[in-house]
Design a protein around this ligand. Structure first.
Ligand code: GLU
Length: 446
């Protein structure tokens, strides 16, 4: 690692050694940008890395709410407004018991470079709560969202900070959050994305993260003179992102043979068809966070309890669940099973050991910030439609999404191709994302 980058990383580590996820995400970016730092002395002079690694603002608050028994429950709520060099803060809200400041700082940091890669005008932010939606009634979720927004509303706005969904925050939660924002702010605007289609949402937004990921994979394959039809794909997760990826991959003739949940994974050697993909939505809306019922409904599906799908031989692996879900051992297993490429769809879904294993074996590995950027990019298209008081046709949104995925892939190739021709997508994405943020920070002074 470059000496200046190492110094800043050491400083941040000494200040908060417990923020493991955050330090992991900073390390990944800093390992990639040595050549950029060496080529531009202004970066060290203007303390760009020091300034990039402290969020511009962190809002931390209590979220008290009433459960069905009338008892008071209390959660932690946060919004990390990480970097506004390129536009208003933009990034999702995550409701999951694993949420803490380290997780949200890593997500906000990643989001800054991801949003930069889209080349659209968005800064980076992230927020959420350790609230666990599993097993909660609609009423309880609404009570929680109302309380969460009661504090958040004063910190956000269509030109200030535009939250969206993430794990545990889907259409239902965005609806409750938007309703409460509107009551408190007395304004109907594009303050949140992922809204319902009748009240400001964009067509294709709910599919966009998965679709964009598959478009990106198509480009990775095209670079190897291959196409997606006929490929066997292992997905993890069964949420919105895995659903969109499964839908697009299936419609392009690929065979998705796994999905997974916290309880284990489903192996369906026949591949998902449209009925099975639609069933993923039912599984999700059950609120139970399990995939086992798939095997009862479809006899071709086998439920493998307590294990991850990375032990199944496939051509393409796409982690779509949560950070660090694919570790060094999983990667070694995939490599032994002759995986051809790995596209990380979850944010930081692979551990550093896993990434080094893929790269060491010259397997093309693309990081989440490049692969999943279609989601936030389409959020920006939703903002554009809201700001111009109009709606676009699905074809227009999808065509823009495809173009954005194409542009990100090109940027990765341009910045990440090594002397032997191997495309280091991690380096390519980090360098391309970093450069735009750094240029804007240099221009805007302190
Ligand atoms: N949570 C998504 C992400 O990780 C989407 C964010 C957004 O649309 O603002 O990029």
């Amino acid at each position: 690692m470059n000496e200046y980058a190492q110094r800043v990383l050491d400083l941040r580590r000494s200040q908060a050694p417990w923020e493991l996820e955050y330090l992991q995400s900073v390390t990944e970016v800093f390992e990639s940008i040595g050549s950029v730092i060496e080529a531009d002395p202004r970066l060290e002079r203007d303390k760009i890395l020091e300034r990039m690694t402290i969020p511009e603002r962190v809002i931390s608050f209590q979220v008290p709410w009433l459960d069905e028994k009338g008892e008071i429950q209390v959660n932690n709520g946060y919004r990390v407004q990480f970097n506004s060099a390129l536009g208003p803060y933009k990034g999702g809200l995550r409701f999951h018991p694993s949420v803490n400041l380290s997780v949200l700082k890593f997500l906000g940091f990643e989001q800054t470079f991801k949003n930069s890669l889209t080349t659209l005008p968005m800064g980076g932010g992230k927020g959420g709560s350790d609230f666990n939606p599993r097993g909660k009634t609609d009423h309880e979720v609404m009570n929680f969202c109302n309380s969460f927004m009661r504090e958040l509303f004063r910190h956000i706005g269509p030109d200030t900070d535009v939250p969206a969904g993430d794990i545990g925050v889907g259409a239902r939660e965005i609806g409750y959050l938007f309703g409460q924002y509107k009551r408190l702010a007395n304004t109907f605007n594009g303050v949140l994305t992922g809204k319902g289609l009748a009240w400001g949402g964009s067509l294709v937004r709910s599919e966009a993260t998965g679709y964009g990921a598959i478009y990106f994979v198509q480009h990775m394959l095209a670079k190897k003179n291959q196409e997606i039809a006929g490929k066997k794909i292992a997905l993890s997760g069964f949420g919105n992102v895995a659903w969109g990826a499964a839908l697009k991959a299936t419609s392009l003739g690929a065979k998705v043979i796994t999905i997974s949940g916290p309880d284990g994974y489903i192996l369906d050697e026949d591949g998902l068809d449209f009925e099975k993909v639609a069933y993923m939505l039912e599984l999700r809306s059950s609120g139970r966070d399990i995939v086992a019922p798939y095997a009862e409904k479809f006899p071709s599906g086998k439920f493998i309890a307590g294990r991850k799908p990375w032990e199944v031989p496939v051509d393409i692996a796409m982690p779509c669940a949560i950070q660090n879900e694919l570790n060094g051992e999983d990667a070694a297993q995939l490599v032994a099973n002759k995986v051809e490429l790995v596209a990380e769809v979850s944010n930081m879904g692979c551990t550093p050991e896993a990434i080094h294993c893929f790269q060491g074996n010259k397997i093309n590995f693309a990081p989440g910030k490049a692969v999943n950027a279609g989601g936030v990019a389409t959020s920006c298209l939703e903002m554009t439609q809201n700001a111009s008081h109009t709606y676009w046709a699905a074809e227009k949104v999808d065509a823009r999404l495809y173009m954005i995925a194409t542009g990100i892939h090109e940027a990765c190739v341009r910045n990440g191709t090594e002397v032997d021709g191997y495309i280091n997508y991690v380096a390519g994405a980090n360098i391309a994302g970093f450069k735009r943020v750094a240029e804007a920070m240099l221009a805007q002074g302190i």
